[in-house]
Design a protein around this ligand. Structure first.
Ligand code: FES
Ligand code: FE
Length: 374
């Protein structure tokens, strides 16, 4: 059997199958994309006191986020300046006073400065001020800490805030949801056996909605037509007349976020911030996805459901609210895993095709190709 070659010229080709399986290409994406862009690393409020820390992989680097005694969040490469051991081995925790390397006990303050090392006084040539942890630029926005490990980070305003503003059709719109001051009502982590690009591609189109999302298309009937939520800039998908809220059974949701007023109050918006954030906005909550590639065929997706603080603290049952998008996530990730299983087939060696309503995927492929070419 030979690979199909007689594809209609009016249809755009996808990336070839190898793009989803090749370890060398994955390494290049880590370098050119994940180490070059701003990455949403953690919900700031999760690091809730002095010494609270998290570690995470950003491309091929490992980064420590830690809250200082001054309340400031900082990020550092998780590498001891002595002989290069990883300083923090745990994914999260609370450092009592300092960060201490477990090899020879070099000790760093929460601000990254080298504060102590055994026998340091007998080694006058070691300049303590020069051997602190290497700082990583950090910005806080929408209640998340974003980091960039590039030597020269791109403009945060242009590449992150600008992407959201452009998608919503204007400055100041995202602020209506006051995401920074919402609280996590539920967090679910998904270990998806699929390449990160399959997850982005899936999020960008709604051609699949009629096939795999019965609950979502009940609430958002226009999704059954297959047009993407991102089809028009600033276009929100209207709730079905009979849906009282964005819930798995169409029942009423919880308290609406006060800034979400007429024109937005019965709509759903979806935004992608390349390369790893998806944001869904509905009147009473925000669904915030962060993707962390763990290999060519594996991606961890952390999904936060954010509500008004008083809703979370009331202990109110959020199940019908959370369940709708939890099912959507499971349905989407199952679909991505199906694609991953077939990506190495010779039938997909040249890739497939995109129908017109998937044109965002074509734009995403161009973006990936451009990043890799730099
Ligand atoms: Fe960290 Fe020696 S490698 S103290
Ligand atoms: Fe979907």
């Amino acid at each position: 059997m030979s690979a199909p070659t007689d594809v209609s010229p009016s249809l755009i080709s996808t990336l070839p199958g190898l793009s989803y399986t090749d370890p060398a290409l994955f390494g290049r994406e880590q370098e050119k994309i994940f180490e070059a862009r701003w990455i949403a690393a953690a919900r700031s409020a999760d690091l809730d006191g002095p010494g609270a820390f998290r570690t995470l992989d950003v491309g091929r680097e490992n980064v420590i986020l830690v809250r200082g005694r001054d309340g400031q969040l900082r990020a550092f490469l998780n590498v001891c300046r002595h002989r290069g051991a990883r300083v923090c081995m745990e994914p999260s925790g609370v450092a009592r006073r300092n960060l201490q390397c477990g090899y020879h006990a070099w000790t760093y303050g929460l601000d990254g400065k080298l504060v102590a090392a055994p026998n340091l006084t007998k080694m006058p040539d070691v300049d303590r001020t020069e051997y602190g942890l290497v700082p990583v630029p950090l910005r806080e926005w929408l209640g998340y800490a974003w980091v960039c490990v590039a030597d020269e980070p791109p403009s945060f305003d242009a590449t992150v805030i600008g992407a959201v503003t452009e998608r919503l059709g204007g400055a100041g719109v995202i602020e209506r949801w006051d995401i920074e001051n919402l609280e996590v009502g539920r967090r679910i982590s998904y270990d998806v056996r699929a390449n990160w690009k399959l997850i982005v591609e899936n999020f960008m189109e709604c051609y699949h909605c009629a096939t795999i999302h019965p609950e979502l298309t009940e609430v958002l009937p226009e999704f059954a037509d297959g047009f993407a939520a991102q089809y028009f800039v600033g276009h929100g998908a209207a709730f079905a007349d009979e849906a009282e809220g964005f819930t798995v059974d169409g029942s009423a949701g919880v308290s609406v976020i006060p800034g979400v007023v007429d024109g937005h109050d019965r709509k759903y918006y979806a935004i992608t911030v390349n390369p790893q954030v998806f944001i869904n906005l509905v009147p009473d909550h925000v669904i915030f996805h962060r993707m962390y590639p763990a290999g060519p065929d594996r991606t961890v997706v952390e999904c936060d459901w954010l509500y008004l603080p008083e809703v979370v603290r009331s202990g109110r049952d959020l199940d019908s609210s959370v369940e709708l998008f939890h099912r959507v996530n499971q349905q989407d990730f199952d679909a991505c895993e199906r694609c991953q299983l077939a990506a190495s087939s010779k039938a997909y060696a040249q890739g497939g095709v995109l129908v017109p309503s998937e044109h965002h995927i074509g734009a995403f492929h161009s973006w990936v190709t451009e990043q890799l070419a730099t």
